[in-house]
Design a protein. Sequence first.
Length: 476
Amino acid sequence: MFRVKYSIMLERKNVKIPEKLVKVGNIFRDNGFESYLVGGAVRDMLMGQECHDYDIATNATPQQVMSIFKKVIPTGIAHGTVTIHVMGLELETTTFRTESDYSDGRHPDNVEFAATIEEDLSRRDFTMNAIAADLCTGLIADPFNGRDDIKNKIIRTVGNPLERFDEDGLRPVRAIRFTSQLSFAIEKETLRAISNPKVLERTRGISVERFRDEFCKIMKTEKPSVGLKILESTGILDLFIPEFKPCRNCLQKDERGFHEFDVADHIIYACDGAPRDNLIVRLAAFYHDMGKPQAKTTELVNGKPHIHFHGHDSLSEKICIKSMTSLKFSNEEIKKVSHLVRHHMFFYESSWSDAAVRRFVIRTGLENLDDMIFMRLADIHGMHNTPALEGSPSWNNLVELKDRIASLSQAKNAFSLKDLKVNGNDLMNSGIPKGKLIGQILAELFETVTDSPEMNDREKLLTLAKNIYANKYRMI
């Protein structure tokens, strides 16, 4: 169904421009100027996809645009860009231009206004993004055969890939991101250029924030493994997340059959197994086993090697924090992801006592339960690049754990200190002196309640607290 629509859209020589944009185009035309929809919006329209962000190119100068429209923000006027606010739209509008010399690998040293839309399109990154549509008529301008590349699902630079990538070190990462997002293949010369040492050096110079944002877009695609593998094979991943490299060829398969892949591929496939709309879990899947190369040991059992990674969860947590900090993720994101990494090694069994279930919740946090289960399912997916099917033993095992936690929660079991029926003020009012001793006794009360929920009663806890103080702390 989708492919039929996709093919028909590509045969058209124009696209249907939204009514509001046609009105904007008419305003330009009535004032003697050309205006075109450019970039990703045109590409998405040609593919039959919805788009919400619109970029406009025009032969009007920024000053002329500001004289035509009532509300215009000079967002990048040095490069010919302003933002028009009209009819509820925010339209980034740039004068036709050419660019030259990119000494910082991002911004052009020289920007000159151009006479035609074709000249303007010549400065763009990929042929699929170098297509314009007249705002008034929808007529397509496609000087670099971008429609053919879209039809053939190919990502190709406009002109020489080495030159395009030298202009902006982010472009190679964007090419890989588009591959993952659109399920397109990178044209062979374009792909070869990404691994060129000079291009890699240019990419190394981009800000970590720019890489991080593209990396997260890759992680949000249907199969992040596509982009991750190309990031690794081209050498880009090593520039920004060098902690991943030791995972390649770190074998973990033995006779027990837990794993089919090395650590690197296991991680990559685990990312595919995490929910697409949950970036925190996908990032946790990416980092969850990075400590394995450091933790790896081998022992002979009946003459056969058994591979172990004792303590890799703690090592992976440290690597996760270090890497995410270097990529300038927020403190909250680092905290959430590293917590999942630290606690991903749980293996629930029906034989767990209620106290063991409560301790699991206390350790991981009730608010993190869904993410912990998603992380476990992602880990299972990564073992053989196969999801845990609904109704399978692994699936039912996790459902049982979730049901037991729900039951204990409904029974108002204490999962944190705030769930205790007493607090620090209650202990002080009962005669226990103020200070760190209060916290120590509350911790002991909580341990008692974890093992015996029936003890979570105000009078019982106050009596116990007094006994603990009298018999353990009063003489200190």
